[in-house]
Design a protein around this ligand. Structure first.
Ligand code: FAD
Ligand code: NAI
Length: 464
């Protein structure tokens, strides 16, 4: 068994772990990156952000062509070759895996393949092709998360599936029930509904895309319904029965019993931290009642062990994990690493996209903050009309006294790109007037942000 000593050994190579490794190496530290899977990149690259976005893009193209008559596009019978759809998705993932490998090797990070477990707070044993023992001055746990199962809906990969399976079906299901209208539920409902699957989403809460601004969630539901997706909100799934060619779900809505059936059920009710076989107790690392590693400024209960990304409290998002990773590398290198969790944007990559940052109108009011709200409907945006993308709204929430931007919510084609400019304004403590006076190119859907900011002081130009 080989033994090596590092300044920092990172367990898990998702966006938290590999970004931490690169930043630590840039800062002159000797770094090991331990990964149990045969490839780098974690959930995001291999079964999460990237493959889902590849499928969303391909199916959006398909849907646009299918509905291209008004633009003069005549196609005859359109067909999706699912094998090629999946092949392209895999190529995208493989290209990016190679990219991560190249970055890691360029920075001379030692990639150790195998499953890491703590022997004590100073030693990790790695079981892989070659067994090894790693000693490091600092450890960073970046082991991510896995899908949550419901007790009566255990994943079998065929009828009852998680996102891992629903990004890799080998045929188009005739029908699919989706339990949970969060990011995964909505994105993968879009993918399969665009290809003809009859999708019904069953959500426990009264609104879909919970966490988004209430107005935006309601509008999103109306838009997705027009796209053929059915929703049953405020609905609690109570039991499931698996038959040979269908699954029947029983549920309750406002005291009434409901029954749904479909070929497949996608369970998308959240993800949970993954710490299996890490032997955290041997290193003195504590977890909370949800299995998340407890941290204070990203340091665990063991002095030399840090934790980042999905395995700790906070939004389970790749860019949040990356920021954690950079901050930890900087703190270990003696710099003042910091993450501002109040400005983490969130995006659901449907069509249109749903993006938000900061406080919702309701959350700001609940905190006792007096707010001014500006909104702009995409029906009055020239570019949106030109490209058939008028379903949407931009909304800015500002402090009534100082005009400082507290939050924003957008539902629009390209909202994932648009939200970045609002985050940047917030980062510098910007006001609604700062956005209102920022020149936006015309014609762009981004002009709706400027108009929403102008509407905060009721000076929007194109509002009726
Ligand atoms: P992970 O990416 O989960 O990586 C953890 C790594 O640790 C894995 O590679 C695992 O194999 C390894 N590991 C675990 N235990 C051990 C061990 N003991 N020894 C060695 N290795 C170990 N987020 C976004 O921001 N945008 C999106 O568009 C988006 N889309 C998503 C779509 C889907 C379908 C899913 C499922 C998730 C999506 N996410 C998205 C969430 C995003 O993938 C996660 O927030 C992100 O991957 C978390 O990064 P991480 O580094 O904390 O962990
Ligand atoms: P989620 O937490 O976003 O949504 C889960 C939904 O399921 C919630 O609306 C919840 O109310 C509902 N739910 C929970 N239990 C239920 C039940 N028994 N019956 C009916 N509904 C129930 O979780 P999701 O969508 O599984 O995603 C997991 C994580 O991955 C999230 O943290 C998300 O941020 C991340 N992710 C991010 C993406 C993005 O940024 N675009 C895309 C996909 C995932």
């Amino acid at each position: 068994m080989s033994e090596s000593t590092f300044d920092i050994a990172i367990i898990g190579s998702g966006p938290g772990g590999y970004v931490c490794a690169i930043r630590a190496a840039q800062l002159g530290l000797k770094v090991a990156l331990i990964e149990k899977d045969p490839y780098l990149g974690g959930t995001c690259l291999n079964v999460g952000c990237i493959p889902s976005k590849a499928l969303l893009h391909s199916t959006e193209l398909y849907h646009a062509i299918e509905h291209g008559e008004a633009h003069g596009i005549e196609t005859g019978q359109l067909k999706m070759d699912i094998e090629r759809l999946m092949k392209r998705k895999t190529q995208v993932v493989e290209q990016l895996r190679k990219g991560v490998e190249a970055l890691i090797s360029k920075r001379k990070v030692e990639h150790i393949q195998g499953w890491a477990s703590f022997k004590d707070a100073q030693t990790v044993s790695v079981k892989g092709d070659k067994n090894s023992e790693v000693k490091a001055k600092n450890y960073v746990i970046a082991t991510g998360s896995v899908p949550v199962e419901l007790p009566f809906l255990k994943f079998d990969g065929k009828q009852i599936v998680s996102s891992d399976h629903a990004i890799a079906f080998d045929s188009i299901p005739k029908s699919m029930l989706v339990v949970g209208a969060g990011a995964i539920g909505l994105e993968l409902s879009s993918v399969w509904a665009r290809l003809g699957t009859q999708v019904t989403v069953v959500e426990f809460l009264p609104n879909i895309a919970a966490g988004s601004d209430d107005d935006i969630s309601k509008l999103a539901e109306r838009i997705f319904k027009k796209q053929g997706i059915k929703f049953s909100t405020a609905t609690k799934v109570t039991s499931a029965e698996q038959k040979e060619d269908e699954v029947i779900l029983k549920a309750e809505r406002k005291g009434k019993e409901l029954s749904f059936s479909a070929e497949k059920v996608l369970v998308a009710v959240g993800r949970k931290p993954f710490t299996d076989k890490l032997a955290l107790d041997k290193a003195g690392v504590e977890t909370d009642d949800k299995g998340r590693i407890k941290v204070k400024k990203l340091k665990t209960s063991a002095d030399n062990i840090w934790a980042i990304g999905d395995v700790i409290e906070g939004p389970m998002l790749a860019h949040k994990a990356e920021e954690d990773g950079v901050a930890v590398a900087e703190m270990i290198a003696g710099k003042p690493g910091h993450v501002d969790y109040s400005k983490v944007p969130g995006v659901i990559y449907t069509h249109p996209e749903v993006a938000s940052v900061g406080l919702t109108e309701k959350a700001a009011k609940n905190q006792g903050i007096e707010v001014k709200v500006g909104q702009f409907n995409l029906r009055a945006n020239g570019r949106a009309i030109a490209q058939d993308a008028t379903d949407g709204v931009a909304k800015i929430i500002a402090d009534a006294k100082t005009d400082r931007i507290l939050g924003a919510a957008i539902i629009a084609a390209g909202a994932s790109e648009m939200i970045a400019s609002i985050v940047a304004h917030m980062e510098y403590g910007g006001s609604a007037e700062d956005i209102a006076r920022t020149i936006h190119a015309h014609p762009t859907i981004s002009e709706s942000i400027k108009e929403a900011a102008m509407d905060v002081s009721k000076s929007a130009i194109h509002a009726l």
